[in-house]
Design a protein around this ligand. Structure first.
Ligand code: GTP
Length: 606
């Protein structure tokens, strides 16, 4: 296939607007997969169990289709992108492999926060955008109104919009034709040195990492010796082919083509999205703007039963092989024993990993409260910390820390006007700054929608922000964010003391304005989950030397007088007295044992 017979495109959309359904229809229409019973809602491109359960796409999947237009077979390469904010960066990189994108919008919901962010990414990359309105079969669909919204938001010409129902298949043929007519073919030279853009990877238990590439120039063949521009590591190509939709080996991949390469990469972390592959000895200019994905949310994972650690570590390592964006380090805690500290792209990514550990590896685990990476600015260096235990007890002269900074994001929320006040309130209580808003469409009364933009600390988002956003807007608000660097912030370490002793695994980094509420909330939770002891246990939240909140866990009083008959009051008093002494001694000497189950309850309670 020469370049003019190839089209590389992606479907971009807000979550749930029907991307996977449309992808399935396209695959069916081109005979790439067999037609399924409509309404079965089983998507070919979605593969992970968690994805099916949650109905979202986490892992991007790519497929090549062959379709005949004007008597000539064409190759259409669908480069699928994940549909969640955590993976925005991956979306951006995978779009670099395409020349065009279908911008899919649900005709009953209209433009949502992610519609806007993916539109901008595609536009910045200079892609040809084909606007598509989906779900026109729904009674609530308002294609004219949404078309007007797209015109005012993106400058879309309403005549360019294709109206479809991915569910019934109506209009999907027209989409195929538009891909051919409107999206420019890739261009590349067979004779130029090999240059292949790596935009995704899969993990195969037997062959290791399979990279997905878009060949820009040159030919990629079995036996080629290739190298990565990013790591300089060298590999020998064992197999190349196309995804149709499963792997089908071919003789080679030519300019403009999209396919897979198996070249004995051992770990997914070797396949950097956005990397450029070239032939050994024939270096090329790498694709610009490459940076490896950065973990933005960290949490400790510990086994409920401490003796399970070796098994858990093995499971985590195996799972991490298949997920290039997770980072793993060992961590040990006095309260929880051996565990691992993991870095994730975001909280959804964390939930997905945790669920896979539980489902696929049968792990029984405790996950500590998530934290973001904080930056400690010293005179001559910056130190990033991803674990609250590494945070200085007090930020003062002795710590030599000049400033503490935290990551912030630019957030946008789209919400019906009625919920605007609630959303403003939500933003304020989560330390949002630079709030601004504008009307998205000139709808009347309750249907007008507002877009709210602000800068908000990432740490505020990793806790309960998303849940609150959904509940306080009755599910109507949509939300998206992008990283916006670091900002100085008044943060300190909060520790929790049980019987005067700090519990390392419970340490948190909190903003001054939240100290009271968080301190109170956590001691309340703790007092509920810790089993009573023979003595009274104070549970305290402290910042530096200051106690912020306190609860007291009442002693569990063993009935030491049970064995005494009759009314020997004196003796009874004596026994009770002795018990009291004993308790005082225990309290002085003994530490409170915080069982793993209590941790588990604590971390899973909301
Ligand atoms: P993510 O995987 O989360 O990115 O979502 P998605 O954009 O892939 O959406 P998906 O294809 O999973 O569709 C979301 C829901 O909308 C599913 O329940 C689909 O059955 C439904 N749906 C998709 N297209 C149509 C359509 O044309 N009409 C109707 N009525 N429902 C549709």
């Amino acid at each position: 296939f020469t370049c003019d017979l190839i089209r590389n495109f992606s479907i971009i959309a807000h979550i749930d607007h029907g991307k996977s359904t449309l992808a399935d229809r396209l695959l069916e229409l081109t005979g790439t997969i067999k037609k399924k019973e409509i309404g079965k809602n089983e998507q070919v491109l979605d593969k992970l169990k968690v994805e099916r359960e949650r109905g979202i796409t986490v892992k991007a999947q790519t497929a090549s289709m062959i379709h005949t237009f004007g008597g000539k077979p064409h190759v259409l390469n669908l480069i699928d992108t994940p549909g969640h904010v955590d993976f925005a960066w991956e979306v951006s990189r995978s779009l670099a492999a395409c020349q065009g994108a279908l911008l899919l919008v649900d005709a009953s919901q209209g433009v949502q926060a992610q519609t806007i962010s993916v539109f901008h990414i595609a536009q910045e990359r200079g892609l040809k955008i084909i606007p598509v309105l989906n779900k026109i079969d729904l009674p609530a669909a308002q294609p004219e109104r949404i078309a007007a919204q797209m015109q005012s938001t993106f400058g879309t010409d309403p005549d360019d919009i294709i109206c479809i129902s991915a569910k019934t298949g109506k209009g999907v043929e027209e989409v195929l034709q538009a891909i051919i007519d409107r999206i420019p073919p890739p261009n590349g030279m067979t004779t130029a040195p090999l240059k292949a853009f790596l935009f995704d990877s899969l993990y195969d238990r037997y062959r290791g990492v399979i990279s997905l590439v878009a060949v820009q120039d040159g030919i990629l063949k079995k036996g080629d010796r290739i190298a990565s521009c990013h790591t300089n590591k060298k590999y020998e190509v064992q197999e190349v082919g196309i995804m149709h939709p499963e792997e089908i080996p071919t003789n080679g991949l030519y300019p403009g083509q999209v396919g897979y390469v198996a070249c004995n990469m051992k770990e997914s972390s070797e396949a950097h999205i956005g990397d450029t592959l070239h032939r050994v000895g024939a270096a090329v200019d790498p694709m610009p703007g490459f940076k490896p994905a950065q973990a933005m949310v960290y949490a400790g994972i510990f086994p409920v039963d401490t003796s399970d650690f070796p098994k858990l570590e093995e499971s985590i390592k195996r799972l991490a092989l298949t997920d290039r964006s997770v980072t793993v380090q060992r961590e040990s805690s006095t309260a929880l024993g051996q565990g691992c500290r993991l870095g994730f792209l975001g909280t959804l990514h964390m939930d997905v990993f945790r669920q896979r550990l539980e489902d696929e590896h049968d792990a029984n685990i405790i996950v500590t409260a998530p934290t973001v990476p904080y930056k400690l600015v010293y005179k001559n260096k910056d130190v990033y910390i991803s674990n609250p235990t590494e945070f200085p007890d007090a930020i003062d002269v002795s710590s030599k820390v000049l400033e503490v900074q935290e990551p912030v994001v630019k957030a946008s929320i789209i919400v019906p006007e009625d919920y605007f006040g609630d959303m403003m309130d939500l933003c304020f209580t989560h330390r949002a700054e630079d709030l601004e808003h504008r009307y998205l469409d000139a709808g009347t009364g309750t249907s007008a929608r507002i877009m709210l933009n602000c800068v908000i600390p990432l740490s505020e988002i990793v806790t309960d922000f998303f849940d609150q956003l959904k509940s306080r807007s009755s599910g109507f608000a949509s939300f998206d964010y992008e990283e916006a660097g670091y900002k100085a912030s008044d943060l300190s370490k909060m520790v929790f003391l049980l019987n005067g002793k700090p519990v390392d695994a419970l340490a948190l980094i909190v903003h001054r304005s939240h100290e009271d509420s968080i301190g109170k909330e956590w001691v309340k939770k703790l007092v509920k989950v810790i089993p009573r002891q023979m003595f009274e246990v104070p549970i305290q939240a402290a910042v530096g030397k200051k106690i912020i909140a306190r609860e007291t866990l009442k002693a569990y009083r063993a009935d030491v007088t049970a064995g005494l008959y009759g009314g020997h009051v004196e003796r009874k008093m004596k026994v009770l007295e002795r018990q009291k002494e004993g308790k005082a001694r225990m309290k002085r000497m003994g530490s409170v044992n915080l069982p793993q189950e209590a941790f588990f309850d604590l971390m899973s309670s909301k």
